[in-house]
Design a protein around this ligand. Structure first.
Ligand code: PEP
Ligand code: MG
Length: 588
């Protein structure tokens, strides 16, 4: 690997979030690339400049109408109505009069005049107290960028314009954009900001797109078309890689491919430790289509179905029937293996405008998940009924996210009972024996786990959030990524507390957060008494290999020792040393 950079190449380091190596031209998303041209014009050129403006407005108008139609076809008229506002802005007479005046008085080209005027309005809007007006600033800039592209004959910037396979570079991506990425076109992606457990990163791992986040200002540094090599294992982005670098990466890819081949023979084997402890190794999914990947991975069912992806990228909520079909498909395909369906966890970085309405200052601490569901009863009812009905078709378990106190759990369970009653009254069959569990992802839940354990059939630890909330470290923020410590003694204790409470009530505890596929963490988690791990399908084989090389007695000793330690680093060092000793080939 190139370190330091070889002559002619440049290396940028970020946070590796999805393994793999890819190479391609950079596609910079969402940013004006070249400086705007500026020249002075003669009096006689003024009409020509104004005609250019007029023509560009016409082209932009056509484009906006075409995009509006596309969005309306795909997502309905509500989403498409945003383009009405864009069209109005494009033809706003006050702005156009002012641009004309600037061209006439200052004798500058129309690109400059237009940019100056629009920026003046956008800056004023952006400084307003009113949220709605502030957001209009970015709409205005969007329209302006489109118009400037047309004035300058510059190609439009959007992922749908990706004509050749590329490395996509952007300031950030929302999980919903990531979910739509086409693997044939997006060879890899790199962002300025982000964290390892953001849903964008989780999604990238799931769909196996190599990715790096936290590259600071990479979206400004790179030029479109730059020759980029992206190393998602080590978080390195190499621009203009030399032949030597390419050769070395070729070797790395060969090693990785043959390691994966070797792991493939484990697909049909059980996840059992050397001393006979059976572990349930399941997969995390976000859509029903992933069921084939689950089967191919050798997982024993689904430990976390993130149902919110059914709700994103669309204008209307999925109805009970649509959800029923999705849940039933997964349950039937994996029967008799379990499928843990998590009820809606919208909020945080997964936002759906229809249910949210208000932007929030701290969305991860806000109106999220079960809080939203207990309020939006119709949304919750449709989902609970769909899950209950689908449970006839397979081994479905229902799981609530983000429970912070006993009252929320009691309310959710009471509402679930109401749904059962309704179905009984309507003579619609459902699985009477369906297990109901909850996530432990808020420290308060771990601390009162004993009383929660009496009311559920299982716990699944959501370490992504449990770590962020316990350590007060935003899981999306690369600046505090160094403080996001899975082996923090506080996390060890919270997991221990959860497992003990579960054991007391004879229920099982799993882990479905990203620590479950961290090879150093696997022995620690098993040693702490976790009996189920759920990871993205591509990670199943290596976690299984790890489990099959662990001696539970040793893992317990490791965990016991961890509970006496005072620092994350000490625990991490010991855990990693153990993991490397028992499965060195996984750390190559
Ligand atoms: C978690 O918090 O660990 C979890 C699995 O839920 P999500 O990542 O969807 O918030
Ligand atoms: Mg969570």
């Amino acid at each position: 690997m190139p370190d330091p950079a070889r002559k002619g190449e440049k290396v940028y380091r970020g946070i590796p979030v999805s393994g793999g190596v890819s190479r391609g031209p950079a596609f910079i998303l969402g940013q004006v690339r070249e400086a705007l041209p500026e020249w002075t014009i003669n009096e006689s050129d003024i009409p020509k400049e104004l005609i250019r403006l007029h023509d560009a407005i016409l082209v932009t108008r056509h484009q906006l109408l075409a995009v509006q139609q596309k969005v309306e076809d795909a997502m309905g008229s509500e989403d498409a109505s945003i383009f009405d506002a864009h069209l109005l802005m494009l033809e706003d007479q006050t702005v156009l009069d002012e641009v004309t005046r600037v061209v006439r008085q200052q004798h500058i080209n129309v690109e400059q005049a237009f940019h100056k005027v629009v920026e003046k309005y956008a800056t004023t809007l952006a400084a307003m107290d009113d949220d709605y007006l502030r957001e209009r600033a970015s709409d205005l800039r969007d329209v302006a960028e489109r118009l400037l592209n047309n004035l300058m004959g510059r190609p439009e910037i959007s992922l749908s314009n990706l004509s050749e396979p590329s490395i996509v570079v952007s300031h950030d991506f929302s999980p919903s954009i990531t979910a739509q990425m086409d693997r044939k076109k997006v060879l890899g992606f790199a962002t300025d900001v982000g964290g390892k457990t953001s849903h964008t990163a989780i999604m990238a791992r799931s769909i196996e797109i190599p990715a790096i986040v936290g590259l600071k200002n990479i979206s400004h540094v790179l030029e479109p078309g730059d020759d980029v090599l992206l190393d998602g294992y080590n978080g390195m982005l190499v621009v203009n890689p030399t032949d030597q670098t390419l050769f070395e990466y070729g070797q790395l890819v060969l090693r990785q491919t043959s390691a994966q081949e070797r792991l493939r023979c484990l697909t049909g084997e059980p996840a059992v430790t050397l001393d006979g402890q059976r572990i349930t190794l399941s997969a995390n999914i976000g859509t029903a289509e992933e069921v084939e990947a689950v089967k191919a991975s050798g997982a024993e069912g689904v430990g976390l179905f993130r149902t919110e992806y059914l709700f994103l990228n669309r204008s209307e909520l999925p109805c009970e029937e649509e959800q029923y079909l999705a849940y039933r498909t997964v349950a039937a395909a994996l029967k008799p293996n379990p499928v843990v369906i998590r009820t809606l966890d919208l909020g945080g970085d997964k936002v759906m405008p229809q249910t949210h309405g208000q932007p929030e200052m701290n969305p991860f601490l806000g109106w999220r998940a079960i809080r939203l569901c207990l309020h939006e009863r119709n949304v919750f009812r449709a989902q609970l009924r769909a899950i209950l009905r689908a449970s006839v078709e397979g081994n479905i378990k229902l799981m609530y996210p983000m429970i912070s106190c006993l009252e929320e759990l009691l309310q959710a369970n009471a509402f679930l009972d109401e749904c059962r009653e309704e179905l009984r009254a309507e003579k619609i069959p459902f699985g009477e024996e369906m297990e109901v569990g909850m996530m432990i992802e808020i420290p308060s839940a771990a601390l009162v786990a004993e009383s929660l354990a009496r009311r559920v059939d299982f716990f699944s630890i959501g370490s992504n959030d449990l770590i962020q909330y316990s350590l007060a470290v935003d899981r999306l923020n690369e600046r505090v990524a160094h403080l996001y410590q899975p082996t923090h003694p506080a996390i060890m204790r919270l997991v221990d507390m959860t497992v003990r409470a579960a054991d007391k009530e004879s229920i099982w505890t799993g882990v479905c957060g990203e620590v479950a596929n961290d090879l150093s963490m696997v022995p620690l988690l098993l040693g702490l008494g976790v009996t189920e791990l759920s990871v993205a399908p591509p990670a199943v084989a290596r976690v299984k290999f790890m489990i099959r090389n662990i001696r539970l007695s040793e893992a317990k000793a490791l965990a016991k020792d961890a509970l006496t330690r005072e620092s994350a680093a000490e625990i991490q060092t010991r855990a990693e040393a153990y993991a490397r000793k028992i499965a060195p080939s996984l750390f190559d």
